[in-house]
Design a protein around this ligand. Structure first.
Ligand code: HEC
Length: 335
């Protein structure tokens, strides 16, 4: 049994960590833990009067301009320190992007600091903007990232707790966020299966009916690509100005979950669906096409453990751990 050292110097066995996380997750799932459904969608951070830092951040995300992040982080930090809660929230997203796509710059050794910086910014922003469940969901992801980096099982569990609460408050948005990342578990682990289930549950909520899990066909659910009167459905479930390829990214990740689990048929369905929802301007169409061309190779590739500084093509690694982890949904057309 693999033994790793906890931050507090106690020895913790890996399966124990998983048990704590799974237990806390299910306990919270059962009780709901005070997280009631949010009746309104939170205001968009990318709309309204944009500060210089926020405007630069959303421009960079649209253009896929990862290289501008360091400078943008400095500007956002100044705005946040001067008391701007929206800039504090976007600062959290800026650190998130920096860490999530670190494979663009794998030699940067201080990259893991961004997990703590992201989680801290979200903690501050949640106090000021308590009705935005997205901040809670993202804090959860980056508390978990930090927990894994520092081998701190408590933080990992707290991160899971945040994600479960966010998914309870705004299921159409939070179920994906909760599932995004579970691909790092082994396909036989229960959290992996929970990730697949969350993605199906997410589709059910977006479709307003239970979708066919055995033979999913996008054509049977035209509502999935149509506008919806309820912004709590439309914003997380369709392609929108701030997430112009949300659906493509969702189905690409869903396909990767099935590829790593060696379910090639389901993976192909999901990759084909990603291509089907694309109306022609998705910058990462080639990633989905290439996965369909070499479906047989994907289970082995996605089950390889990669060193953090090893250069890996986006075609050889799952979406979540790849250099397009955020821009897959957020980048606009290249011309
Ligand atoms: C599967 C597609 C997808 C992926 C992958 C994704 N996002 Fe998003 N993102 C969305 C959707 C959908 C929303 C919700 C938009 C809304 O609230 O209307 C969103 C919201 C946001 C917002 C808030 C936008 C606003 O105007 O309030 C930011 C910032 C953001 N995401 C950054 C990121 C970062 C950073 C990553 C990578 C760690 C990421 N996203 C990964 C789809 C995605």
């Amino acid at each position: 049994m693999k033994i790793i050292k906890g931050m507090n110097n106690r020895l913790i066995k890996v399966p124990q960590i998983l048990m704590i996380v799974t237990f806390l997750g299910s306990a919270i799932g059962l009780t709901g833990c005070g997280a009631e459904i949010d009746l309104e969608a939170p205001p968009l951070l990318s709309e309204g009067d944009l500060s210089q830092g926020r405007s630069a951040y959303f421009d960079a995300l649209w253009d896929g301009n990862y290289n501008n992040l360091d400078e943008i982080i400095i500007t956002l930090k100044k705005e946040a320190d001067a008391g701007d809660p929206q800039s504090l929230a976007v600062l959290g997203f800026a650190h998130s992007w920096k860490l999530a796509e670190y494979r663009r710059d794998p030699v940067n050794s201080s990259i893991t600091d961004h997990a703590k910086l992201a989680a801290d910014a979200f903690s501050g922003a949640i106090k000021e903007l308590p009705h935005d469940a997205r901040l809670l969901g993202f804090r959860g992801s980056f508390r978990q990232a930090r927990g894994r980096i520092e081998n701190n099982s408590l933080l990992t569990a707290l991160g899971w707790f945040d994600e479960v609460n966010a998914a309870n408050r705004w299921p159409a948005w939070g179920l994906f966020t909760k599932a995004y990342g579970l691909i790092t578990f082994g396909p036989d682990e229960s959290l992996y299966q929970q990730g697949i289930d969350s993605l199906w549950d997410n589709l059910d909520i977006c479709a307003g009916e239970e979708v066919n899990r055995e033979a999913f066909n996008l054509q049977d659910y035209p509502q999935l690509t149509q506008s919806n009167d309820d912004p709590r459905i439309e914003r997380p479930c369709t392609n929108t100005p701030v997430a112009p390829h949300n659906l493509e990214g969702f189905f690409l990740y869903f396909g990767d979950m099935y590829s790593k689990a060696s379910n090639i048929n389901k993976a192909e369905t999901m990759y084909r669906t990603a291509l089907e929802v694309n109306t022609g301007s998705w910058p990462y169409v080639n990633v989905a096409t290439k996965r369909i061309e070499r479906l047989q190779d994907l289970p082995a590739l996605f089950n390889l453990e990669r060193g953090s500084s090893e250069p890996v093509s986006v075609d050889d690694i799952n979406l979540f751990q790849s250099q397009i982890s955020c821009v897959v949904c957020h980048q606009g057309p290249s011309n």
